[in-house]
Design a protein around this ligand. Structure first.
Ligand code: FAD
Length: 166
């Protein structure tokens, strides 16, 4: 979902001034959008935020990581903050949660989870790609130890799984 102010042209390539695009969520949707935008427009400033420690990782590899077919967590990482900066000139802030949007001011409030500081970031265009949360159906036993939702990398959850220790 992309939000733009009314006064802005939708053609990012022909913008006369340097525009600022903020991307919330840095995995499949957010990272793809940011990289595509850079290919369309070399002048625009692109900043991406993710509340997790990683961006652009292979969710589809998680089942293989659970099953220990992929043993090294780093093999799930497709790109890094440094790569986004060097290859695409995209600034990435991980462990940074976007807590609210002030649409009238064209700004978002971001919370740095490492320092517990909040700050405001201005945008000309805002891309929201925050993904989804898994549904836990109300089935008997769903809260028992050993029942996990596998949605993202944080490895500590996965490495604790009994199936991985077999
Ligand atoms: C185990 C598993 C296996 C899969 N296998 C396949 C497959 O084989 N093939 C396939 O096509 N698809 C597969 N998928 C689905 C695919 O991974 C998803 O469709 C895709 O990751 C969705 O991308 P997304 O960017 O929309 O959301 P996500 O990947 O969920 O990324 C959203 C990101 O936004 C961040 N975020 C959310 N809210 C905020 C906030 N307020 N502030 C900052 N950051 C925020 C989250 O931390 C997250 O990193 C699989 C998914 C899983 C979980």
């Amino acid at each position: 979902m992309i939000q733009q102010t009314n006064s802005q042209s939708t053609n990012l390539q022909t913008a006369a001034t340097r525009r600022r695009v903020l991307v919330v969520g840095g995995v499949a949707g957010g990272a793809s959008c940011a990289a595509r935008l850079r290919r369309l427009d070399e002048s625009v400033e692109i900043v991406m935020f993710d509340r997790g420690p990683y961006v652009s990782f292979a969710n589809c590899g998680l089942p293989y990581y659970v099953g220990n077919v992929i043993s090294d967590e780093s093999r799930l990482l497709v790109a890094s903050r440094e790569m986004f900066h060097e290859r695409f000139n995209i600034e990435v802030h991980t462990e940074t949660e976007v807590s609210s949007i002030d649409r009238s001011a064209c700004a978002i409030i971001v919370h740095d989870l490492r320092t517990d500081q909040t700050r405001t970031e201005r945008y000309d265009a805002l891309v929201l790609s925050p993904g989804a949360a898994p549904i836990r159906p109300a089935l008997p036993g769903v809260d028992l130890p050993g029942v996990f939702a596998v949605r993202t990398i944080p490895a500590p959850i996965i490495t604790a799984m009994p199936i991985r220790k077999r």
